[in-house]
Design a protein around this ligand. Structure first.
Ligand SMILES: [Zn+2]
Length: 467
């Protein structure tokens, strides 16, 4: 036990981004409530589940990425419970033998967190609570969510602080995005958090949604339990829920033990068998993950560990860096992305995964900065305008009326080259397609390494087209 006595374990439920549900063909994306359901995901009598092979493949990838031992034979079980969100009165999950066991994940501090198990299960339906007075206080059930595939990652009780749990979730979601099995913008991540202090009773905070909320729930729960001990009061073994508005947890019901769920073997699905060869083949096909990518960045581009880690920690940022460094000095690109770009992302609390960043545009901006065409201030302002308002950096610089040092003859040469190489765009432009003009200007800018003045380029293109 760590010196301040905190012991935390997590059970993370992550929505896999398959197109169809786990045991039927219903789409996972649906707009209208109860519009994506069938007899299987509604649990009608006689309906039979069929396992979604892609969901299984995704769960296996997660188990391998978390260094688990993959079982050669595993099966599904029925977890029995009665609640409106589970119309067939049981959830198909895995209990006795899951996809993977005994893995680990290394935190950024180097501490190893044990992974107890990784298993596949179906999501229950969503309950929508409509608060009102008296009889108008009711709940609605949306079965669109019923049967959506979840991978559950259960950790050993290895975390000694909420910060470690937070770091784990950051690493886990990074791995999931590298595996392309989870969409952070549309998919959900929920966690059941087990917390105890100084060897007292364990309290479970159930169903906390999102990484940030998990951190807040843990902070509150640790403080609450420590306060109880200071007041010489007992910590009751119980299940609590987290209220995001008040950032507090409250008691919901007594703690169930696993036996209460009455797990039985699922008779409608066959056991899954994998040969050693198949498991080895899957291992060989695993993509490079962020820890390996970070090491590669250090070696290939002589980056320091911190910078390489920041770049590799976000899949899109790592990709952007690799694209840009094809045309710009890699160290300068790394410095610009980790300092200037990340400063704007962090300051404006933007989500890197939801930004559609054009490596060509950022590369050109960096080239202009490195060749002294623009000042650092202009480059920084251009990044702010791009990230916050979507103003393209080349546009931004052009708008500032900055002079470029390329003569008209050289621009003309570049324009001629681009026009002869892009016949389709030229034809489109002659038909009046304005987008083609932007494209051609962009090509000339690229060819001249942004040394040409875009307005001059436009003028020359227009003249050439008219001839
Ligand atoms: Zn269905």
């Amino acid at each position: 036990m760590e010196k301040d006595g905190v012991v935390i374990g997590l059970e993370c439920h992550i929505q896999l981004n398959t197109e169809s549900k786990l045991f039927c063909g219903c789409p996972t994306a649906a707009e209208e409530p109860n519009s994506s359901c069938c007899p299987i995901c509604l649990g009608h009598p006689g309906s039979k589940p069929v396992l979604n092979a892609k969901a299984l493949d995704y769960a296996l990838k997660v188990a391998l990425a978390l260094n688990c031992e993959v079982n050669k034979e595993f099966f599904f079980s029925r977890k029995t419970y009665f609640y409106p969100d589970m119309s067939k009165n049981f959830q198909i999950s895995q209990y006795e033998i899951p996809v993977g066991l005994k893995g680990h994940l290394v935190l950024s501090t180097g501490k190893k967190i044990g992974i107890t198990r990784v298993h596949l299960e179906e999501d229950p339906a969503a309950l929508v609570h409509e608060a009102g007075m008296g009889a108008s206080n009711f709940s609605l059930v949306d079965y669109n969510r019923s049967g959506i595939p979840l991978v559950e990652v259960v950790t050993d009780p290895d975390f000694a602080s909420p910060e470690e749990a937070q770091d784990f979730l950051d690493q886990l979601t990074t791995i999931l995005s590298y595996l392309k099995v989870y969409s952070p913008l549309t998919g959900t991540l929920k966690a059941d958090c087990n917390v105890s202090v100084y060897g007292n009773s364990r309290v479970e905070v159930k169903n906390v949604t999102g990484k940030k909320a998990v951190g807040k729930a843990l902070e509150f729960e640790v403080a609450r339990q420590k306060r109880l001990l200071l007041d010489e009061r007992e910590i009751v073994r119980e299940t609590r829920s987290f209220d995001e508005k008040t950032m507090t947890t409250r008691s919901t019901r007594g703690k169930e033990t696993e036996a209460d769920y009455g797990y039985i073997f699922e008779p409608d699905l066959t056991a899954i068998q994998l040969s050693s060869g198949e498991i080895e083949e899957m291992k060989a096909k695993m993509p490079e993950l962020h820890a390996a990518k970070s090491k590669r960045f250090m070696k290939e581009f002589s980056l320091d560990e911190y910078t390489a880690n920041v770049l590799a920690r976000n899949f899109n940022l790592g990709l952007l860096f690799e694209e840009i460094s094809k045309s710009v000095d890699a160290k300068a690109a790394a410095k610009f992305l980790t300092r200037e770009l990340m400063a704007v992302v962090n300051r404006s609390e933007l989500d890197l995964d939801s930004l559609d960043l054009d490596s060509g545009e950022i590369g050109l901006l960096l080239e202009m900065l490195l060749s002294g065409k623009i000042t650092e201030k202009v480059a920084k302002d251009a990044v702010v305008a791009y990230l916050a308002k979507g103003v393209k950096p080349t546009r931004f610089v052009e708008g500032r009326g900055l002079s470029k040092d390329l003569g008209e003859k050289e621009i003309e040469k570049a324009v001629e080259k681009v026009l002869s190489e892009n016949k389709k765009a030229v034809a489109d432009l002659k038909m009046g397609n304005e987008k083609s003009l932007n494209f051609l200007v962009g090509q000339v800018m690229r060819l001249t390494k942004a040394k040409a003045e875009p307005r001059a380029v436009q003028k020359i293109i227009a003249e050439k087209i008219r001839k």
